[in-house]
Every structure is written in structure tokens, then in C-alpha cells.
Design a protein around this ligand. Sequence first.
Ligand code: ZN
Ligand code: ZN
Length: 413
Amino acid sequence: MTQWWQASDSDLLHALGAAQTRLNAAYVEMLALVREVDSRGLAGKHGFVTGIELLRCTQNITKADARRRLDAASDVLPGRTVSGQEIPARLPATARAVAEHAISAEHVVVIAGMLASLPPHLDRHRPALEADLARHARKLDPAALRKVGKRAIEMLDPDGPKPRDADPSRTRLSLCEQGTGYAISGWLDREATAILRTALSPLAAPVPAEDGAPDPRSIAERQGDALVQLARRMLDTSTLPSEAGHRPHVTVTVPLTVLENRLGMGLLGFADGTLAGTIAAEDARRLACDAHVACVVIGGRGELLDIGRNSRVVPRGLRRALAQRDGGCAFPGCECPPQWTDAHHVVHWADGGVTALHNLVLLCPRHHTTLHSSEWEVTITDGFPLFHPPPWVSGGPRRNPLHRADLFGRTPT
Ligand SMILES: [Zn+2]
Ligand SMILES: [Zn+2]
């Protein structure tokens, strides 16, 4: 054994290179033996199920290593058919580099892997790519070779893999901007449809008006409302997985002047921060009314205002008191339970309204919209919400006796 500690640096480095070449040579010899064992079909003859099993058991190597050696042997060495006919090596340029002991086992694995990943439509480039990779392998380590190979394939195929044709039997849903909103399209299999319809059904039921007039919404409109309500309930009950540590939330950004003057636009954002589009001032006021959306109020110079944060958010105790008092949506004739309601500010916090029992009413999303966008008005009279209809509705002010029988027949003073 050479006393390496006595050798000069340059001798040591030369010896290092020579040892790698011998290792490469030993590798070729190993592959040649593997190839011959394989060509003779020795596995079957000696009771091994496969050539891999033979190598694993006789060489004490892993199955993966055995497979790599067998694959590499047929990649870089010519073989024979049973009748003695020669089969050329699958990778001729790589075979030459291996025969010259110029590249290692790992290089062969990288080259074979890169060529196997070549998309079928680039097949005509295979010989040139193999020659290129074999040439680079003589100078680059396997990891660098992999990078160069990847880049070469990207150059051949700048568009990347062709998009898969949409599988007509896969569940899918897409939202596409259309007009002032988004169009929904997609496909659900029967099972998915059953799940969705079952969830939508109770939310899509027709809601007759207080005077018994039938729900004017079409089935499609009711189902649309129900889908949105379903999603809202999920957001409100926070059973959804969080995204980047945040509870998913819709965001509305609105200038204070828009909230105050009811003119202009607010901006609605998706949870990921992308913009959904503009919304009318009155919708912004309604969204900002309760805390189920995150509301960002900006001042005249675009600065963030802290206004409303404290008055907007309804503390848990106050919320319980509201549920106790109203029992659910307080709008006359509505049966919506308290957990699905917003706390509507009778006097909007943007107009100086406080977050207190005497300024809050529980309303379901539908009736919250009614209050914000029609002539219906609400007051807290005698400690309970009293709804004042527009002049064209006869009967005068009224309460909702459905959650609280004790309010039934109570006439406003
Ligand atoms: Zn409101
Ligand atoms: Zn309601």
C-alpha cells in the first residue's frame, strides 16, 4: 500500500483521478458481467424469479441498485439475442464514454433518465440529445449534467408539455369574468351532484313574502343564492383550512367618503389578495356593516384609516345578547336562526352609529340586503326591532313574531 502521506500534492491528485478512472473501469466490467448474466438468462436457470432478484441475492445490493445495473448494462453495452444475434447498445455515445472509462455510473443514470423523460413529440431529437449529454458527461458532475439536460429539453420544447385535454368525466368548476360578475361553468358526476344538491336544498327553498306572496326568484336564482350562502356559512364558522395562517376572508376596501356619502365605489378582493372588482357604495356599506368581511377604510390621500374597527366588530357577549333578544333574523316573517345572521347597525358606524344593543339588529344576508338597498327601515322601539315598510306596503310597522312568541300582537306605540 502506497504511503500517501509521503506523496506530493500533485501526485496525490493524479492518483485520485486515476482511482476514479479505475472505478469507472470496474463499473464497465461489472456492467459487462451483468449484461452477460442477463443475456444467458441465468436468473431463470438458477431459480431466481428475475435478473434483479439474482443480483440482489448474490451481490447483497438493493433491488433499486440491481435494477439500475441491469438497465445501464443494456443502455451502454451491446447484447445478444438467444440465437446469437448482436443487439446494439441503446445509448451509443454514452456507451463510448463508458468504454473509455470517462464517465461514472451516476452519469449513465442521469442520461438514461433524461432521455426517458423526453416527450414523444420530441423523439426525433433523441440521438442528438444523447450525443450532447454524453459529451457533457465527460466534463460535468451528474447534478450539473441533469441541469444542462433539462435546459436542452426546454429549448427543444419551449411550450412545455401540451395541456391535457379536459377529461369530461372529472369534477371541475371554473369561474370566468363576465360582465359585472363571473360566469360559472363545470361538470359534476352524480355523486358530487348529490352532495351539492343535498347541501343546497335547504338553503334554496322558496321563501314566501310576509304577506304570503310566493318567492319571486327562479329556481336558478334560488340555487345561486344558496351556493353563495353555503360558502358564506363555511367562512363564518371557520371550519375551513387556513391559508398561510389566515382564516380565508373576503376583503372590501372602501374610501371613507363612499361610506359616508353613499356615492362611488368600493373594491372587493379575494382571499388571496387578487381583485374581484368594484362594488357599489351601498353594497360596500352593507358589507362593512358587520364584521364577516375584512373592511379596509381609506382616507382622502389613500391612507389607511383605523375608523370603525372597534365599532364594527360585535363582541361575543353583545352578540349573545342580540341572539337572546332577536332569536334570529328580526325581519318580519323570516325564520333564519341567529348563527346565520349579520349584526346590522341601525345607524351605520360610518355615520357615527355605536355598536350597542340599541343600535344593532340581527338580519339574515337576504334581509340585510333588503335593509340596505330598499326603503325598508328599522328602529329599536320598546327595546325590540321594529320594521317600517315603504309607503306602498300596507299595514304599517311590524315585528317578527316567529322567534319570539311574546312579540306576537304587540303593537308599536
Ligand atoms: Zn347593515
Ligand atoms: Zn331574514
